[in-house]
Ligand binder design. Structure first.
Ligand code: SF4
Ligand code: SF4
Ligand code: ZN
Length: 272
């Protein structure tokens, strides 16, 4: 396997992965979405709510606020040694919120949540939760836990996990008269006309739609669009819960464990 990083920042990762087949890359994509744990608010005790939103809606909104996650210090509740449905310091984080609109209407934001652990806080302070009119108050205690995306979307550490085949574009200079129709129709501005020739500006942006081939007036078309077998562009966007590279390495580790478990089951079957 060969991996090249095409783009990387604290939220986004774009990789070119060669030498793997579609089931493998799809298993990674699925594990990123459904198996890599992250923190989310899972239970809310409403002490006072005189806002216009019902308690249930507030709890739902709180659950969907992405929280910074520390995978090394916390256990999944089902794997924690406390075996308690309330949880302990190793599987639960308590956040509190207490805001009151005294003189004017105010907006309660995610930044108003106060966490007992300064490392487990909302990824953004600016997510609105509710507006409070004069005299209204919201006071609550919330419990965040690790969970998996397969149980609820609030536990997905990503907003995007996808892959596509690595494109291969070819322009036949002998057949092409540089009319520019392929350049104009391309939705991703992959092609460019330069010095009377068609050139590829950004191959990785191509979505293999073949609009350029269909727009070419030549017969056969002077441009061809194909893709490399077993080479993929993998794109991952973190919600901010975990660094993107940690998400993908966790997904690979989980896949290894799943395969070991599967291999173990096959051996058991053989013995029977
Ligand atoms: S296949 Fe689609 S995205 Fe790719 S170069 Fe052609 S028109 Fe652009
Ligand atoms: S549409 Fe066909 S002929 Fe026109 S510039 Fe593109 S490849 Fe060349
Ligand atoms: Zn515990």
């Amino acid at each position: 396997m060969e991996i090249k990083t095409l783009e990387k920042d604290d939220r986004k990762l774009r990789l070119l992965i060669r030498g793997v087949d579609p089931p493998y890359i799809n298993a990674i994509r699925r594990n990123v979405l459904s198996e890599v744990p992250c923190m989310a608010i899972d239970e809310v005790v409403i002490i006072e709510n005189s806002s216009v939103l019902h308690d249930e809606i507030l709890a739902h909104r709180l659950g969907l606020i992405p929280l910074k996650t520390d995978l090394d210090s916390y256990n999944l509740p089902e794997e924690c040694s406390c075996k308690s449905e309330f949880g302990c310091n190793l599987c639960r984080v308590t956040l509190t919120l207490d805001r009151e609109a005294k003189d004017e209407t105010i907006t309660v934001y995610s930044g108003d949540l106060v966490s007992e652990n300064p490392n487990i806080v909302p990824v953004s302070d600016k997510i609105p939760i509710v507006k409070l009119a004069k005299g209204q108050r919201l006071k609550l205690e919330a419990y965040a836990r690790l969970g998996k995306g397969k149980d609820h979307a609030k536990w997905q550490p990503v907003s995007l996990s996808a892959y596509k085949y690595m494109p291969r574009l070819k322009v036949d200079d002998k057949n092409c008269d540089a009319c520019g129709k392929c350049v104009d129709i391309c939705p991703r501005k992959v092609l460019i006309k330069s010095k009377g020739k068609i050139e590829v500006r950004d191959l990785y942006a191509c979505i293999l739609c073949k609009d350029c081939v269909n727009a070419c007036p030549k017969d056969p078309p002077a441009i061809s669009v194909e893709w490399e077998e077993n080479a993929f562009i993998f794109i991952l966007e973190s919600t901010g819960a975990l660094p993107p590279e940690r998400i993908i390495t966790e997904a690979v580790k989980i896949l290894d464990r799943q395969l070991e478990e599967f291999a173990g089951l096959i051996e058991v079957q053989k013995l029977e």
